[in-house]
Write a protein that binds this ligand. Structure first.
Ligand SMILES: [Zn+2]
Length: 379
């Protein structure tokens, strides 16, 4: 779910995030939360809890934004940021190509969180009441905001620490990856070692979390279990990506290109084109003038045409100059990256002279990956 666009970067929210937001507000304002000590009305406590949770999630967003901005500055395209259960993930189009870049790209996040933590601690200092007044003044709003800022300072420090854990896909894991990469000179070996370390950490968290949950009941143990499970899942996803990359190494985009299931002529009406697409069970098709590719139409763009029986198909077309294309001699891995987060409906593959070699769809990429015995699960 897209919620905003900041500095040209799309911000998405995963539904798990809304659940966690509610959980954080509830645990802050609840009977065991830090705000309970305040002699405030429940409504006021809930308000402070919502302020705290909002500022915390804003802190997570700032953390991710700095990653995204550093990535963009070093020429790595960014698709956006997704906020989900344990914070955020910046969606990068390409992995960094050299270790020093990766270190900086990863380290900037925790650095941001520490800086935010220091800032919130300073704010807490400013609004705080001298210690000898504290007992009598806890019912004051000032006391409330001291607690809020103090809580935010701590959570930002915790965020920095958590992200420094050497487990993929956390920042610490990326730093570890870069360090192994630098010392061995082998990116893929670095990935496998990082995945092993990450799994070990996840396993420890899971074991400890389950143990604490059994002995002490819900609380820290529950969160630790959740964290361990998350790390295990994320590490597994990373391992699949690494295997896919390995499997596709040495293959070129031209090998994946296929002729279009249906092609449309520029002098067709939108209605006949729509009919052709529906009959061929495809959601996108190339538009040609003779042999020349001039653009792409999709089902969505065709159904939006006002008078399809009369209007030419070109009114619904995305011009070839605005379409993402890929060169036939590009690495197949680059193609999978195009489709990692949805991707274009149809990716034209061109040779050096700009002639069309064929087209790649998400389905083609997936079937190509499944065909390979190295890959056990599709993305
Ligand atoms: Zn980070």
């Amino acid at each position: 779910m897209k919620v905003a666009r900041i500095l040209g970067i799309d911000i998405f929210i995963n539904f798990s995030w809304l659940f966690v937001f509610a959980l954080v507000v509830w645990s802050l304002a609840g009977n065991i939360g830090p705000l309970h000590a305040l002699k405030l009305a429940p409504v006021a406590r809930a308000f402070l809890a919502i302020v705290t949770a909002s500022l915390f999630f804003l802190s997570v967003l700032v953390h991710e934004l700095t990653h995204a901005l550093v990535a963009r500055r070093s020429g790595i395209p960014i698709r956006g940021i997704t906020l989900f259960i344990f914070g955020g993930v910046s969606l990068l189009d390409f992995e960094p190509t050299a270790p020093p870049r990766e270190v900086w790209l990863a380290a900037v996040g925790p650095l941001t969180s520490v800086t935010l933590g220091v800032a919130f601690a300073a704010l807490a200092q400013r609004v705080s009441i001298p210690p000898h007044h504290l007992i009598t003044a806890v019912h004051d709003w000032r006391g409330g905001f001291t607690l809020v800022f103090d809580c935010l300072a701590r959570s930002n420090y915790a965020l920095a620490l958590f992200n420094l854990l050497p487990a993929y896909p956390l920042d610490g894991g990326r730093v570890l990856h870069a360090l192994i990469w630098r010392s061995t000179g082998d990116q893929h070996q670095a990935t496998s070692y990082t995945v092993i370390v990450g799994r070990s950490i996840a396993a420890c968290f899971l074991a400890l979390g389950i143990y604490w949950t059994v002995t002490d009941g819900f609380g820290l143990g529950f969160w630790l279990t959740l964290l361990g499970w998350f790390l295990l899942q994320a590490g597994e996803a990373e391992r699949v990506v690494a295997r896919v990359t390995e499997a596709l190494r040495g293959h070129q985009a031209a090998e994946l290109a296929q002729p279009p299931a249906v092609q449309v002529r520029a002098d067709q009406t939108a209605a006949t084109a729509l009919n052709d697409l529906l009959n061929a069970h495809v959601h996108a098709a190339p538009v040609f003038v003779g042999e020349r590719l001039i653009g792409i139409v999709t089902l969505q763009s065709l159904v939006r045409v006002a008078d399809p029986a009369v209007a030419y198909v070109t009114t619904a077309m995305t011009k070839i100059t605005e379409v993402t294309t890929i060169s036939g001699d590009c690495e197949a891995v680059d193609v999978t990256r195009q489709f990692a987060h949805g991707g274009p409906p149809l990716l034209p593959v061109l040779d050096v002279d700009g002639e069309v070699l064929g087209f790649i769809t998400r389905e083609i990429v997936l079937s190509w990956m499944m065909k390979d015995p190295l890959v056990e699960a599709p993305l």
